[in-house]
Design a protein around this ligand. Structure first.
Ligand code: F3S
Length: 402
């Protein structure tokens, strides 16, 4: 493979032993995949730390970089804890996640931004158009590629870390212009789009696109930041979609024609009200009516607007004592929610506003067998759940059943 002079020197250890070790891993990966050269990166996001601290191999590698005096060379953030142990609002932390997590301190020593969120593009690690990144977390990767126009592949765990230390990743996939063009025309033909429909639109989108890049037409007027975040997370779960275009809205798609880069769409797919209803039905894999145990909101982490919206729905109400209402977000949003008084409303109604990862929590005991409802396409794909709009979820939490 081709290396620049500087990269050769990095590999020879001229920039220190930690960079040398990181480069060794990156070059081996490139050679194994037949990638010809590397690209300098300007940001990294590390994947989940839920069970990783049980993985002696990974913990040992991180410690090795610390012992070598390593530090991240580019802004590097990290995904959430299962539940932030510092927040009294957090639900009981499952046994499997308790105990000392050496990664917390080792990441700090490497200089990782301790923002503990799956929406780093909104809080703490905000890329700009055209930057090459080495990010993990599929819901974040699809957002930065599509909405911001930064360039990132869905990096595997460890590749995110070595890229952060070396400031290089493989020059392949979505780093290349020719791989960022639209492939499928996806026409949304709903009579009226509600904000909550975006999770279902993304759920269907991922199923029909697989790994292909859709050009989505028909959502332009309604696509808020939260809507695009929720749609992308669902599409990156039901498929391996890592990028989409919305003509007139996303930066690499001023028009439909430009989004396709002069090529014809390989396929045109329509989503009408009938398909939307069928998709919502499919998202609810728990069909039987009955009591609920958990209502989980904030996967990916809720924006401040989404938190405020939940608080409005809870004003003067009380969550059923048999139900846990979880609202996951970034700690910075929690601070703002406190200042706005909306955290008090949520807490007063019996909800829990915390920074955590819903999927990590409810996949293990004591939460794994519980009857759960969510507005998240990602959760409804990965776990038996009842799908509902945010309003439907809050109302069910108050009723205690569906
Ligand atoms: Fe975020 Fe965890 Fe969901 S990392 S996207 S809350 S699975």
């Amino acid at each position: 493979m081709r290396l620049t002079k500087k990269e050769e020197e990095m590999g020879e250890g001229k920039m220190g032993p930690s960079v040398q070790l990181a480069m060794k891993a990156i070059i081996q990966m490139a050679e194994g995949l037949g990638v010809e050269c590397l690209i300098p990166t300007e940001g990294s996001h590390l994947g989940n730390v839920d069970m990783l601290f049980h993985c002696k191999g990974y913990v040992g590698i991180v410690r090795k970089f610390v012992d070598l005096g390593g530090e991240v060379r580019i802004p590097t953030s990290v995904n959430p804890y299962p539940a932030d142990p510092r927040n009294p609002e957090s639900p009981a932390i499952p046994e499997v996640y308790r105990g000392e997590n050496p990664l917390v301190d080792d990441y700090r020593r490497l200089g990782v931004i301790p923002n503990w969120t799956c929406t780093p593009f909104l809080y703490g690690n905000i890329p700009r158009f055209g930057q090459h990144l080495s990010w993990e977390e599929s819901s974040a990767v699809i957002y930065v590629n599509s909405v911001i126009g930064a360039r990132a592949n869905r990096e595997p765990i460890l590749m995110d870390l070595v890229s952060a230390i070396a400031g290089r990743t493989l020059y392949t996939g979505l780093h290349l212009d020719e791989n960022r063009k639209g492939e499928i025309l996806f026409l949304v033909k709903l009579k009226k789009i509600q904000p909550d429909d975006f999770a279902a639109i993304g759920y269907y989108l991922g199923k029909v696109c697989g790994t292909r890049i859709p050009v989505i037409d028909g959502i332009q007027g309604q696509a808020s930041t939260a809507a695009l975040k929720n749609m992308g997370a669902a599409a990156a779960s039901t498929g391996a979609v890592a990028m989409f275009h919305v003509p007139g809205l996303t930066p690499e798609a001023p028009t439909i024609e430009k989004a396709f880069g002069g090529r014809k769409p390989a396929e045109t797919i329509e989503m009408d009200d009938r398909v939307l209803a069928r998709t919502k039905e499919e998202m609810s894999s728990l069909k039987s009516p009955g009591p609920l145990d958990i209502v989980a909101l904030g996967c990916p982490h809720y924006t401040l607007e989404e938190v405020v919206s939940v608080a409005r729905l809870l004003e003067g109400k009380r969550v059923n004592p048999g139900v846990e209402l979880w609202i996951c977000t970034h700690n910075g949003v929690i601070d703002l929610a406190k200042q706005l008084g909306v955290a008090r409303v949520i807490q007063g109604a019996g909800g829990r506003l915390f920074s955590g990862c819903i999927l990590c929590l409810h996949n293990v005991e004591p939460y794994s067998g519980r009857r759960l409802m969510s507005d998240s396409g990602k959760i409804c794909y990965y776990r038996p759940a009842i799908y509902g709009s945010q309003q439907g979820c809050v109302e069910a939490a108050i009723q205690g059943r569906i």
